[in-house]
Design a protein around this ligand. Structure first.
Ligand code: DX5
Ligand code: ZN
Length: 223
């Protein structure tokens, strides 16, 4: 199977969020929602209320990326708001295993995200428990940053670690993905691409999402 597209609305026009989502919906496999608490990352976004509002206007599954400390306190609220997948960060809490279990018990797909400064071996003990890993190719906090190409090697490294353990894990790449580097990102073995500013800061978000979809479908057809 080819890669999935998860547009991140972080750089969308929040006063017109419903319209922004409607414009990219036909080309999207997931909607990526960046939740930031102003502590774990130096930016503040939105919480379960906005996730619930998005849920009401789209049938596309919601991919909630928590960049917050103390995720156990919040996973239930995001699940209730309509999250279909919840990822949280390595080093964001003490007992990551119990958070993964809590997310799964809420019938939400659990994922772990890893920032560039965190070594990949810290993920390994959890690879058998999560459905997906989010490889950050920028320091989390803001859209519109440049992809750190050296992070792409992590995709293969994580897949090899998973294979060694006899488990399957899907890898999502987040941060700095744009049309110009999409093939490079896919070549690394990425299953899901998050694309934020390259869609929502394009002159026409719908056209940008459509072009990215076409590239993904093209690589899919070539197998
Ligand atoms: C960064 C966020 C990303 C971001 C992606 O902290 O996790 O999801 O919105 O935006 P671009 O594609 O602009 O890097
Ligand atoms: Zn994100």
């Amino acid at each position: 199977m080819g890669a999935m597209l998860a547009p991140s609305v972080l750089n969308a026009d929040f006063a017109r969020l419903g319209e922004e989502i409607a414009s990219i919906e036909p080309f999207s496999d997931l909607i990526h929602l960046d939740i930031m608490d102003g502590h774990f990352v130096p930016n503040l976004t939105f919480g379960p209320v906005v996730v619930g509002a998005v849920k009401n206007v789209t049938a596309v599954p919601l991919d909630c990326h928590l960049m917050i400390y103390n995720p156990p306190e919040w996973v239930e609220a995001f699940a209730e708001a309509g999250a279909d997948r919840i990822s949280f960060h390595v080093r964001s809490c003490r007992d990551m295993e119990s958070v993964i279990r809590a997310i799964r018990n809420l019938e939400v797909s659990p994922g772990l995200a890893i920032s560039p400064e965190v070594p990949v071996f810290e993920l390994k003990p959890y690879l058998g428990m999560v459905d997906f890993v989010v490889v950050m190719c920028v320091y989390p906090g803001f859209g519109g940053q440049k992809l750190m190409p050296e992070m792409l090697a992590r995709v293969g490294a994580i897949k090899r670690d998973a294979e060694e353990l006899g488990v399957a894990v899907e890898v999502e790449v987040d941060g700095g993905v744009k049309e110009e580097n999409l093939l490079q990102v896919l070549k690394a073995g990425t299953d899901t691409v998050v694309v934020g500013s390259s869609i929502f800061e394009a002159p026409d978000a719908r056209e940008a999402a459509c072009r990215i979809r076409t590239i993904l479908d093209g690589t899919r057809a070539r197998g």
